[in-house]
Design a binder for this molecule. Structure first.
Ligand code: WQD
Length: 339
């Protein structure tokens, strides 16, 4: 049974990916520094799969600790790297924290993988690298634009570091997965999104407003050039996203990759506006959401949704979960955690 390292494996997407890896028969070891997650997520994972992954609390900024980890786990066959800081707004205020945490740690990881007999590496990237794409839906060949934030820049730089390393390390192959907007929670309601403080993202703010933690949702602008004036995004259920990681990893483990470095957009291929997401929530929850239209949020792009042809045809993966099902899973999770 291949051993797979999942960094950031107690986080939102990481924990759902650990579940899918275990259910696919892999042995999982998690590295997490618990800066944006909690150790009791392990209980949720164990409840779902009946297996407790190995967990090591490690800060990937500590080079010696990373080295020691790979001496102890030299049988790691693949790495799925989620661990990173990911708040766009915070990255503008604290750029050095983001460059150190998102870039420095990636370099340390890759230096260790270079020494393994062979290594398959899956990188958590983001549609943020495209900025406001000129054409919709967005394909992987769309130009990577100047990042709107240090966070987005760390994803762009991260992809370049991996691509350049794969060119000269014959035993290393990698796939960058460019996520659109991950939402929802595991159908078991044992794991889900646990935003710390005031949620930056739309869906947790909706569910926290509906359950009474937040007074009212502010809709950031309805004067965009879209059918209803609000921004359009591609909201993908986190379990669909997690399954794509297992498929991408297996492509590398089984040497099906056509190049040493590939990228795939992970989305539903369908755009939904903020108002459509709100309507979906009201439909599935039966609750009227308290929201108001306010001014635009700095840095928001008008529209982004994925052309998923590459992932569908090359990975043989496509999303199965609808927006309504995703919103219902988010609502059930909110009720479980706060109810
Ligand atoms: C979605 C839409 C907002 C909150 C970010 C990161 C991206 C990725 C996903 C990491 C926008 C509107 C939001 C609110 C609102 N993260 N909104 N009121 O900005 O598309 O993407 O998260 O990889 O990198 O940039 O997601 O959920 O913040 O916003 O009206 O209280 O909802 O204006 O149109 P975003 P989001």
């Amino acid at each position: 049974m291949d051993k797979i390292l999942v960094t950031g494996g107690l986080g939102f997407i990481g924990s759902h990916t650990v579940v899918e890896l275990q259910e696919a028969g892999y042995e999982v070891v998690i590295i997490d520094d618990l800066s944006n997650s909690s150790e009791n997520v392990l209980d949720g994972i164990t409840t779902i799969t009946g297996k407790t992954p190995i967990f090591e609390k490690i800060d990937l900024k500590e080079k010696d600790t990373v080295e020691a980890f790979f001496k102890k786990h030299s049988d790691v066959k693949g790495v799925i790297h989620f661990a990173a800081s990911k708040a766009v707004g915070e990255s503008v205020q604290k750029p050095l924290l983001y460059y150190e945490n998102n870039i420095g740690t990636l370099v340390y990881l890759l230096k260790e993988l270079k020494n393994l007999p062979e290594a398959s590496f899956i990188f958590s990237s983001s549609c943020t690298v495209y900025g406001q794409a000129d054409e919709l839906p967005i394909t992987e060949s769309a130009p990577v634009k100047k990042a709107e934030s240090p966070y987005g820049n760390t994803k762009q730089i991260g992809e370049e570091i991996i691509r350049d390393t794969c060119k000269v390390v014959p035993t290393l192959k990698a796939i960058a997965l460019r996520y659109f907007n991950p939402i929802g929670a595991h159908p078991s309601t044992e794991i889900g999104e646990l935003p710390i403080g005031v949620p930056q993202n739309l869906v947790p703010f909706i569910t926290q407003t509906a359950i009474g933690i937040r007074e009212q949702l502010s809709v950031f602008g309805d004067d965009y050039p879209t059918p209803d004036g609000t921004c359009i995004r591609d909201y993908i259920h986190v379990v669909d996203l997690a399954k794509a990681h297992v498929v991408a990893l297996e492509r590398l483990l089984k040497n099906k990759n056509k190049a040493t470095y590939e990228t795939f957009n992970l989305g539903t291929g369908k755009g939904s506006s903020v108002l459509e997401v709100i309507n979906s929530f009201e439909r599935v929850s039966g609750k009227k959401l308290n929201y108001k239209i306010v001014g635009r949020r700095e840095g928001d792009i008008t529209a982004a949704y994925a052309d998923t042809t590459n992932a569908n045809q090359v990975l043989g993966w496509k999303t199965q979960i609808s927006l309504d099902e995703a919103m219902l899973s988010a609502w059930k999770w909110e009720q479980k955690v706060r109810g």
